[in-house]
Ligand binder design. Structure first.
Ligand SMILES: *[C@@H]1O[C@H](CO)[C@@H](O)[C@H](O)[C@H]1NC(C)=O
Ligand SMILES: *[C@@H]1O[C@H](CO)[C@@H](O)[C@H](O)[C@H]1NC(C)=O
Ligand SMILES: *[C@@H]1O[C@H](CO)[C@@H](O)[C@H](O)[C@H]1NC(C)=O
Ligand SMILES: *[C@@H]1O[C@H](CO)[C@@H](O)[C@H](O)[C@H]1NC(C)=O
Ligand SMILES: *[C@@H]1O[C@H](CO)[C@@H](O)[C@H](O)[C@H]1NC(C)=O
Ligand SMILES: *[C@@H]1O[C@H](CO)[C@@H](O)[C@H](O)[C@H]1NC(C)=O
Length: 420
């Protein structure tokens, strides 16, 4: 008599099912999954393509972020008059700084809410308004919508957005992660070149088995950055600024920049007209950002007044003095751009993806005439129309188009045949 214990074959079959289910999970994820367990949050970036002419303030309200933070993250000069009401051209690619937190064990941002308007569909909100950073299914799940065909106008939806922290480092160097929606023209090598990283690094970060990417996949791109070391009780603890850009902090009182020469965070008073608490270092006449250098026989005596975080509404300053072999040159700043009025299309900027049924505006060069833009978000021309929206590309029914999964599946099948 045989014991009714599971045979080796049964066990391997269960193992096969387990592998298969993991493969399916991997294949259906539209973006990099970073498991997390604590409640820490980090700064992250979203790669967003402006879906129609929008004011800076309108883009900011789509993501519920500070308009100034969008401008500084993109090294756009904030000293232009009324820059928050500047109209951005359709298809402009922007980095949107967001707060990435830990929700249900994975990294994502859920602080974005969207109020539905007439003619919105989940697909139009996902693919157009949020430029594919979220899928219709993800919005449906996050809001427990049973019938997606019935959206009440004025309903507030949580828009879960992809982000990763990876401890704020990449290969042990400070980095901030950009969630990027792959376009049909993209290759992973091209993305790596555009963001001055390597194919290997992108594949490692995204746990990819091959370099194949599909349009509407979302990948995490590490951007070299300048990290702060503000204490954990500072309101801006964890501030990290990508190379070539700026961030505004301490209630708009300070701006911190990163690069281009050294990747040390440099903070100084912001040029915004706001009343700020003292920015002077104690027992010194230096203000935050001031650096003095004096050549002595022993070397260069460098004193600097540095920003140390925003605590209880106060700007913390620290004075540091050091003797260096050589005096530092003048502080370098990332170049600022004028607020963009048109989208420059060249090899590094992929052209617009398939027109969003509203073909009248997609792709056409945009003027800055504020015709369609009023104080609220402009009315969205009916978009939903064709069902071949990009959110379908990442649905559960197409796992086999993912090459690494196919390879894994074949390996599994081979494995099964070998042991059966
Ligand atoms: C980021 O989000 C978390 C969780 O929602 C919150 O506790 C934290 O204060 C936020 N951080 C910033 C800088 O907004
Ligand atoms: C996270 O980064 C810090 C430095 O920023 C490092 O000391 C720490 O070991 C890292 N933790 C992990 C889990 O990688
Ligand atoms: C920072 O940006 C500058 C200018 O874009 C570039 O020359 C430099 O190599 C970058 N540094 C790093 C570490 O990527
Ligand atoms: C200190 O910084 C302030 C503001 O950035 C500037 O106006 C002033 O000239 C600086 N002083 C010195 C001594 O560098
Ligand atoms: C360096 O400069 C600071 C302030 O300018 C001064 O207090 C200090 O004595 C100097 N140190 C040396 C070694 O010269
Ligand atoms: C901030 O202020 C609160 C009361 O307003 C005080 O209890 C707390 O100790 C202060 N924190 C710091 C770091 O000064």
């Amino acid at each position: 008599m045989q014991h009714p214990k599971p045979s080796y074959k049964t066990q391997s079959f269960i193992f096969f099912l387990w592998v298969l289910s993991n493969v399916l999970v991997l294949a259906t994820s539209k973006s990099t999954i970073e498991p997390c367990s604590n409640s820490d949050s980090c700064n992250a970036m979203l790669g967003y393509k402006v879906y129609t002419e929008l004011k800076v303030s309108e883009v900011a309200s789509l993501f519920q972020v500070d308009p100034i933070s969008i401008l500084t993250a993109n090294a756009i000069d904030i000293s232009y008059p009324d820059v928050e009401n500047h109209i951005l051209p359709s298809d402009l690619f922007l980095k949107i700084p967001i707060n990435c937190s830990c929700v249900d064990g994975i990294r994502k941002s859920v602080s974005t809410h969207y109020k539905t308007r007439p003619s919105d569909t989940l697909a139009s909100i996902a693919d157009s308004v949020y430029s594919g950073l979220v899928s219709a299914d993800q919005i449906r799940e996050a809001n427990s919508i049973s019938d997606p065909s019935v959206l009440d106008v004025g309903q507030t939806l949580v828009v879960p957005l992809p982000c990763t922290c990876f401890n704020g480092t990449d290969n042990s160097l400070p980095a901030i992660y950009l969630s990027y929606v792959v376009t049909p023209e993209d290759s992973l090598a091209g993305i790596a070149a555009r963001y001055s990283t390597t194919l290997t690094d992108l594949m490692n970060v995204n746990a990819m088995g091959s370099s194949a990417v599909r349009a509407s996949d979302i990948i995490s791109i590490p951007l070299p950055a300048c990290a702060s070391n503000f204490p954990s009780y500072a309101a801006d603890h964890g501030l990290i600024v990508p190379n070539g850009s700026y961030a505004i902090t301490a209630s708009h009182c300070l701006q911190c920049s990163c690069g281009p020469g050294s990747l040390n965070l440099y903070c100084e008073p912001a040029s915004l007209a706001v009343s700020c608490s003292s920015m002077q270092c104690k027992n010194s006449n230096l203000m935050v950002g001031n650096i003095t250098a004096q050549q002595t026989s022993a070397g260069c005596n460098v004193s600097s007044c540095n920003y140390g975080g925003f605590v209880n509404g106060s700007i913390i300053t620290t004075l540091s003095t050091s003797l260096r072999p050589r005096c530092p040159g003048p502080q370098q700043f990332p170049p600022l751009k004028a607020p963009p009025t048109s989208v420059i299309r060249d090899a590094t900027f992929a052209p617009a993806p398939a027109p969003q049924s509203d073909g009248s505006i997609a792709g056409a060069p945009q003027s800055t005439v504020p015709s369609t833009t009023s104080s609220s978000l402009p009315g969205l021309a009916p978009i939903g129309g064709p069902s071949g929206s990009s959110s379908a590309a990442c649905s559960l029914v197409t796992p086999l188009t993912n090459l690494p999964s196919v390879v894994l599946l074949l390996l599994c099948v081979k494995f099964m045949m070998a042991i059966l």
